[in-house]
Design a protein around this ligand. Structure first.
Ligand SMILES: O=c1[nH]c(=O)c2[nH]c(=O)[nH]c2[nH]1
Length: 323
């Protein structure tokens, strides 16, 4: 087996990049579920993880470091490229860095980078006409964050984008009333009571993939899918639907995301059930007292694709659209 075929990679994690006054993201399409219209990118912040593949076999088997790009140098490389990239998206930046690596080091065969946004929110400050958003001071958010992965490989046809996904992580949503969970198997192992109305608290990671990966990294706002709009669709669908389970909820969210964005091929969910535990039901009141659930926690994983829209009568198969 040649070194090319053998799994052989190394890299650097927790590479923090904070670029100020990056080109703003503007001109994206609006959707009914979201008032998100763009990112000012005053702080373009991320925690990146990079992995290189290439002819590194002898660095492992012969202690030969002559081909090793030190992971410390990888960190410097990424940081310096942040000054050279002039587009508005994490996806575009990662593709730019991957290509720069491949162009600089001929023995590298592929570069994969995942970046998790370090999110900052605007703060309201006293201005001439009351409260206004400060253009200077931002609050580090502990909420959900954008994530994106890009992998570019060297091929005979040149550098090719071989993997791309974007998403939103750590979205925590509670719906205080209007969710149920019943009808599940009742046998000698069942202790969970059926719930006609439960305070459903979920942790969600949502990842999405484009029909054409290039649309994700092209920095073209007409086809770009902002993770913030996907996040807002999840909240809207949760609000609207009387869901029968988390499985039911994520399927509905996935269908809506694909309806809004024809340029997407599929939406993947990783969900976690954090439904509050009821402590006191208050008579003659719609209120109650709850506490955090105890471990262990349930989880769901599911991928919704365009065929699901066809099955639901929400979209025609591609052939009939073209016919
Ligand atoms: O939405 C839910 N799905 C399940 O599969 C499940 N299992 C469980 O114990 N509670 C829940 N809730």
């Amino acid at each position: 087996m040649s070194s090319q075929e053998r799994v052989c990679y190394y890299g650097k994690g927790d590479v923090f990049v904070f670029r100020t006054y990056q080109t703003p993201l503007e001109g994206i399409k609006t959707i009914p579920e979201s008032n998100f219209t763009g990112r000012n990118n005053v702080i373009f912040g991320m925690n990146a993880k990079i992995a290189l593949e290439g002819d590194f076999l002898h660095s492992f088997t012969k202690a030969d470091n002559s081909c090793v790009v030190a992971t410390d140098s990888m960190k410097n490389f990424i940081l310096r490229q942040a000054a050279q990239y002039h587009g508005p998206t994490f996806e575009g930046f990662l593709k730019f860095v991957c290509n720069r690596f491949l162009d600089t080091y001929p023995h590298i065969t592929s570069v994969e980078i995942t970046a998790d946004e370090v999110p900052f929110e605007t703060v309201q400050v006293a201005g001439q006409n009351g409260l206004e958003a400060s253009p200077l001071v931002y609050r580090h958010s502990r909420n959900e964050l954008i994530t994106t992965t890009v992998k570019v490989a060297r091929t005979e046809q040149g550098n090719q984008l071989v993997k791309q996904e974007s998403g939103i992580k750590n979205l925590h949503l509670i719906k205080v009333t209007g969710s149920s969970f019943y009808g599940f198997i009742q046998d000698e192992y069942t202790t969970l009571p059926e719930a006609k109305d439960r305070p459903l608290y979920i942790y969600l990671d949502i990842f999405y993939r484009y029909n054409d990966k290039e649309d994700a990294v092209s920095d073209n706002p007409a086809v770009y899918v902002p993770a913030e709009q996907v996040r807002d669709i999840a909240a809207s669908v949760f609000h609207e639907a009387e869901t029968l389970s988390i499985q039911d909820l994520i399927y509905r969210v996935g269908c809506r995301v694909l309806q809004r964005f024809p340029q997407l091929a599929e939406v993947q969910f990783l969900s976690n059930n954090r439904t509050w535990e009821t402590i006191v039901e208050i008579p003659d009141s719609e209120g109650a007292v709850f506490t955090e659930p105890r471990p262990p926690y349930g989880f769901q994983g599911f991928v919704v694709n365009r065929q699901d829209l066809v099955n639901e009568g929400l979209e025609f198969p591609t052939e009939s659209v073209e016919a």
